[in-house]
Design a binder for this molecule. Structure first.
Ligand code: 13P
Length: 252
């Protein structure tokens, strides 16, 4: 019912030339996999070059961020129509690095998600608790509140176009992955909250896990009932490593 979405978040890694080299190595490795969605999110400067390399393949392109406005005096920002024209089908919003380092609020994330949908781009909306919040037993409350506020502007009839990424902050870039059982627990909670907000469409929204996903742990995570893909940082930078993770999401 839900196609897994395996997405590479390259963060601030790879020039345009490096992105092209990745595509040349990666595409032959995933050419025969057709039961998952594969997404690459390079820095803005590599989008156009990567779009040319991915043309004719099944691999989709994503932005890592967007400004909700169409155009205007917003130095350094990129708008939804710009992402559309360069070929993005997805865009990450609300990544914990943007929330923590650039002060992005749930309200801003909500505006971005809505603007993306208005332009036909599927938002990958990230939520996740910090270690301190988890240790205080606040995971459900924090993730539930982030989710509700970040998706507040999404009309119910567009909900099926969303992707949600659960990324526990303590697992990002630390090598400390959530166990499949622990991740599934939060994914089930996210599914239930999505059901309260969007009804039956919740069953169609892929919920990705992110945080130190590696070829070695991907299959165990992806086997969980409510884990419908992965948002991968470090292990997506190398073609064979990300291809192995994509294969773990495909049919056995
Ligand atoms: P790592 O896979 O490097 O832990 O990063 C996860 C992440 O933040 C993906 O968005």
């Amino acid at each position: 019912m839900r196609r897994p979405v395996l997405a590479a978040n390259w963060k601030m890694h790879k020039t345009a030339r490096e992105a092209e080299a990745f595509a040349d190595a990666f595409l032959p490795r995933v050419a025969r996999i057709d039961d998952v969605e594969i997404v690459l999110a390079p820095p803005f400067t590599a989008l156009a070059a990567l779009a040319r390399r991915l043309a004719g393949s099944r691999v989709a392109l994503a932005g890592q961020n967007v400004n909700p406005e169409k155009q205007g005096a917003f130095t350094g920002e990129v708008s939804p129509p710009m992402l559309v024209e360069v070929g993005c089908a997805f865009c990450i919003v609300g990544h914990s690095e943007r929330r923590a380092l650039y002060g992005e609020s749930d309200a801003l994330v909500a505006a971005k998600a809505r603007a993306l949908l208005e332009h036909g781009i599927r938002p990958i909306v990230c939520v996740g608790e910090t270690l301190e919040q988890r240790e205080q037993g606040r995971t459900a409350a924090v993730v539930g509140a982030q989710l509700r506020a970040s998706l507040a502007s999404v009309p119910a009839e567009r909900a099926a176009e969303l992707v949600v990424a659960y990324e526990p902050v303590w697992a990002i870039g630390t090598g400390r992955t959530a166990t499949p059982e622990l991740a599934q627990e939060v994914h089930a909670l996210i599914r239930a909250r999505l059901g309260e907000q969007f009804g039956a469409a919740a069953d169609r929204i892929p919920i990705q896990y992110g945080g130190s996903v590696k070829p070695e742990n991907a299959a165990g995570l992806l086997a969980q009932k409510d884990i419908d893909g992965a948002l991968v940082g470090g292990a997506s930078l190398e073609a064979e490593s990300f291809a192995r993770i994509v294969r773990a999401g495909g049919a056995p």
